[in-house]
Design a protein around this ligand. Structure first.
Ligand code: 3H9
Length: 727
């Protein structure tokens, strides 16, 4: 057993001594829960510990390790906001500490479990050796926060793993496993069993060996031994990385900055490379993109915290589920649960429908195997978990039933009446409805407190968003359980209130309405899509309509036509396309034509038809700029979002942002519609919306909340902190 003696460091960093044998190994433990982020005090603490061990001749080796569940998840991201808002100074950061570690004249062995991310990996690379438990992860995820590694990571990583892998890790931000790190030379040994004991043993084994400073290991970047350093090969590696960044991380500056700085490692000295890294790190840190991505990072965690549902709320057991309906959504939902290891009963009304549903599930799984995303063994195990059925016979055994049938109130109520009869008391009864009134659905049961909406997005097995719809009677236990369940399902669960379309689809209505109006006013279909694609949306609104099926909205509009206010302009072109049988991708034509691979082909005929219809309706035709296209569509989202906040349908602006980032292809580097409006300035947004109100009528009436915040010079984000509690 290792006996340790506490030394004179503060609590965040402890310096202790291995007393087992010769007291010759010092142990520096970082203890800054939950993830040992490198706050300024932690950095100071490590520096003091290193100073102390450097002076002590009795110490022959040093082990640096993290306490708790992980090594170091990086710099403290909260500090960045303080720096960019002027509340803290940008100091020298980690760089001097890492040089200090590298210069220690006894081996520093870094022992890694959990995650060594960002500054954590940078610190680990300054050590002379790294050991890790087999399930540890190592990565430079900074680009996902809109920044780049800022403590020498772009310079040390290529010296350890080679240029190609370093550029991939720094530009894409995805972690690698300890096994891969071992193969690449980033980790020197895997430790099974007790990490600290293994690290100490390792440190004794290598204590007599000459020390290797990572910053002086030039062979992997400069071609002394290693083929990756050949200039022509480097040129093609960086060209390919840039091309990939332009397509996969479209619009983001940090990946390109990361590539530039890793490239510098092949041309410049370590010191010069670090100087460039510092410069670009600073530029990225102060960019709107980084602020937006950091907002998204914390937002994703904040949405899980519901002001009126305490952390201690009892959770209901959910170990097995039933899904009613094996169509596109039902099948996808069954896959989501099976992927997370839940046994699933999948019910359909008749055998052909059930067979079709199962065939689609198998086809989807097979395509994941083909693409190398899943293994055949994983798929076989998941398929075993899905039990098809035509009856409600085994529904009394499941903990949760999710209805995912056709979007019609009468049918949904009938099914909930059934579920109420067959499911055990305490089971959760959920509906996947995307628009319908969850309270009306709950009224078909004798236990509305057990009823909740779980609105998955299509394709359910891919999309991360899960809107959890709170009915007026949904119990806190049911809500807390569904929120927690979303994590198990690898989804981002966001709690929303009950109204038509909830948050996401309710806002999407005005967004797509404006897109259609713009086309009816003279913009081409392609120019509307291009403007929003260039803004950063994953797809333009017209192409999105074609993908989802134009008939879906058409049917809903027909059902709700009686609610439309007379004399208020409504878009009509999409309905006309539906009347012509142009439902989108599924019929091979919608706003666009589609080839057999479902690739969109612009269709001049549709543009012409719309021109004709618009002229006949007396709509003046004009040239419309891409700036106006973006403003009309995005501000329509913002205005509706403000109403949603005011009504308490969303608890906080960040909830809306996270919904849009995870379910609607809103660019993460713009932080979501509400955050984006804040960055434009709410006074400016309000003024433009007021102009649209004058030009286009009452659909553009500014939301009172937006007006108030604009007049008071406030932001939606500040409102988050004042915090509305959802009714
Ligand atoms: C960097 O290192 C720059 C460098 O180059 C140096 C420049 C000089 N800071 O995610 P979880 C919080 S940039 C502050 O729920 P999990 C998180 O908000 C950094 N806080 O747990 C949450 O708080 P709360 C590069 C952080 O087990 C709590 O910890 N590193 C940080 O699902 C638990 O987090 C990254 O980008 C942080 N660095 O996942 C890694 N990290 O409980 C970011 C977490 O109040 N972190 N928190 O809501 C992660 O990817 C995940 O948190 C991790 C754990 C995988 C580590």
């Amino acid at each position: 057993m290792l006996e340790r003696e506490f030394s004179a460091m503060d609590d965040l960093v402890q310096l202790t001594r291995d007393k087992d044998k010769d007291k010759d190994v010092a142990i520096i433990t970082i203890n800054n829960p939950p993830v040992n982020a490198l706050s300024p005090s932690v950095v100071q603490g490590i520096a003091r510990a290193i100073e102390q061990v450097s002076k002590d001749d009795a110490i022959k080796a040093v082990v640096l390790i993290g306490a708790g569940r992980t090594f170091i998840a990086g710099a403290d991201i909260k500090e960045f906001g303080k720096i960019t808002s002027g509340k803290a100074q940008r100091g020298a950061g980690l760089l001097p500490l890492l040089l200090q570690i590298e210069d220690v004249r006894k081996p520093v062995v870094v022992a890694i479990h959990g995650s060594a991310f960002g500054g954590g990996l940078e610190l680990a690379m300054a050590g002379h050796y790294r050991v890790a438990v087999p399930n540890a992860q190592l990565g430079q995820p900074e680009v996902k926060l809109g920044i780049i590694p800022g403590a020498g990571g772009t310079q040390r990583l290529p010296r350890l793993v080679g240029v190609a892998k370093a550029v991939e890790m720094c530009a894409e931000g995805n972690p690698i496993t300890a096994q891969e790190a071992l193969k690449l030379g980033l980790v020197d040994q895997l430790i099974e069993g007790d990490l600290l004991a293994g690290a100490i043993a390792f440190s004794r084994d290598i204590a007599a060996k000459p020390l290797r400073k990572t910053r002086e290991r030039n062979e992997r970047v400069r071609n002394e031994k290693e083929k990756l350093g050949v200039p022509e090969q480097n040129a093609s590696i960086f060209a390919a990385a840039r091309e990939k960044a332009h397509t996969k991380q479209r619009g983001m500056m940090s990946p390109l900055a990361a590539i530039d700085v890793v490239e510098a490692a092949t041309r410049l000295s370590f010191e010069e490379g670090c100087q460039l890294e510092q410069k670009l790190f600073g530029e990225c840190l102060f960019s709107d993109q980084s602020k937006a991505l950091i907002h998204a990072f914390f937002g994703e965690r904040e949405v899980a915290k519901i002001p009126d549902i305490p952390k201690e709320t009892a959770l209901l057991p959910v170990d097995s589920v039933a899904v009613v309906g094996a169509g596109t959504m039902g099948g996808g939902i069954a896959m989501v649960f099976a992927n997370a290891g839940f046994p699933v009963l999948l019910k359909e009304a008749d055998q052909p429908a059930l067979d079709r549903g199962l065939a689609t599930i198998q086809k989807n799984y097979q395509s994941s195997v083909k693409r190398g995303r899943l293994t055949q063994q994983f798929v076989d195990e998941r398929l075993q978990l899905i039990k098809p059925t035509l009856s409600y016979n085994d529904f009394d055994k499941v903990d949760m039933a999710i209805e995912a049938v056709f979007e019609g109130m009468a049918l949904k109520k009938e099914i909930f009446g059934q579920l109420d009869r067959v499911c055990r008391p305490g089971a959760i009864l959920a509906s996947n409805t995307s628009t319908l009134d969850i309270d009306e659905i709950a009224s078909a049961t004798s236990r509305p407190d057990a009823v909740i909406g779980t609105h998955f997005f299509s394709p359910a097995n891919i999309m991360r968003l899960l809107e959890i719809v709170r009915g007026k009677a949904s119990s806190k236990e049911v809500i807390a359980t569904c929120m927690q369940l979303s994590k198990k399902l690898a989804k981002v669960g966001v709690l929303v209130g009950n109204c038509r379309g909830f948050v996401g689809n309710r806002m999407f209505g005005p967004y797509r309405r404006e897109a259609q109006f713009l086309v009816e006013e003279g913009a081409s279909i392609e120019s509307v899509d291009k403007a929003l694609f260039d803004f950063g949306m994953a797809m333009g609104p017209m192409a999105t309509g074609d993908l989802a099926g134009l008939d879906v909205g058409w049917r809903i509009r027909k059902e709700y036509r009686h609610l439309e206010k007379r004399g208020v302009r409504q878009p009509f072109a999409e309905d006309r396309l539906c009347e012509l049988g142009r439902y989108g991708q599924k019929t091979g034509a919608g706003w666009y034509k589609y080839d057999e691979n479902r690739r969109p082909i612009p269709d001049p005929e549709v543009n012409e038809m719309v021109r004709g219809w618009a002229r006949a309706a007396g709509i003046a035709q004009r040239n419309i700029s891409s700036e106006e296209i973006v403003e009309r569509c995005i501000y329509a989202l913002v205005n509706e979002g403000a109403r949603i906040l005011e009504e308490g349908i969303a608890g906080r602006a960040v909830d809306i942002d996270i919904i849009y980032l995870n379910g609607y292809g809103f660019p993460a580097y713009r932080g979501g519609p509400m955050w984006y409006a804040d960055t434009v300035g709410l006074d400016k947004v309000y003024r433009r919306i007021s102009e649209f109100h004058q030009q286009h009528g009452e659909l553009w009436e500014p939301a009172p909340l937006l007006k108030r915040l604009a007049e008071e010079g406030k932001t939606f984000a500040a409102l988050n902190r004042e915090s509305a509690v959802m009714a």
